[in-house]
Write a protein that binds this ligand. Structure first.
Ligand SMILES: [Cu+2]
Length: 154
């Protein structure tokens, strides 16, 4: 089991050169790829991952929780004229046969009121709750402060 995960992680690592410690999880038909966050000294941060729904029925990410933050919200970036704004969403649809990527500039898991700094190279636990697949706790790997393509503004 662990060996298979590690092998898949290695494939993902090859695709994203900066993802030095890629890892993945399986929950029923859902494949959760490389959960990560940026190192931060600010009160808030973002966590990112991908969810590949390999099943025949749609699912939804309903919420996420972690002990390192006071509260956790599901956010999306939307373009408002020339400005990118973040908006909270109730849930994130995971259509059957599609891979949804949470990444800077798009969907992200917003960590509000961090109780400790997120330090590069460390990990913390985050629990994801899906409508059909249920709950899973994943390790979020903390990457460099500026990792990812798009600036994450608040
Ligand atoms: Cu946000």
């Amino acid at each position: 089991m662990f060996t298979r995960r590690f092998a898949l992680g290695a494939v993902i690592a090859a695709a994203f050169a900066s993802a030095a410690f890629a890892h993945s999880y399986t929950l029923g038909p859902l494949k959760i790829g490389h959960p990560w966050a940026r190192a931060t000294v600010a009160a808030n941060g973002g966590a990112f991952l991908s969810v590949d729904n390999t099943g025949a029925t749609p699912d939804r990410l309903l919420r996420a929780s972690t002990e390192v933050a006071t509260s956790v919200q599901l956010h999306v970036h939307i373009k408002d004229g020339d400005i990118m704004r973040m908006r909270e969403v109730d849930s994130v649809d995971l259509p059957a046969g599609k891979k949804i990527v949470f990444a800077p500039g798009g969907y992200h898991i917003m960590l509000l009121g961090l109780k400790k700094k997120l330090v590069e190279g460390e990990r913390f636990a985050l629990t994801l709750e899906f409508e059909k697949a249920g709950k899973i706790t994943v390790d979020i790997a903390v990457d460099k402060p500026g990792a990812g393509a798009v600036e994450h503004r608040h």
